[in-house]
Design a protein. Sequence first.
Length: 95
Amino acid sequence: AIGIIQNEMDVTKSNEELNEILTSNQIITISVAGSTTSGRPLTDDELRSLNATCSYLDELKSIQTELTAFVESRMERWAPSVCALVGPSLAAQLL
């Protein structure tokens, strides 16, 4: 969401893009928080740093998803009983 909103003070201008990644309740919460705070726009350096951090976190999430998928695909072989009880996704997270 931060990557979409950037320095925009009116969150409603970003609603269409935010709807793709957030629920309507989350968007309302962000809008209310933004309208009741006395923050300031980020400087160019702060915005660059924030965007770099967002990119890093996106990459980290992608790697996590890839690793989880890998472990889930092998869970039936490694722990068939646990998979039968809770499913491969939860079994992978438990291990």
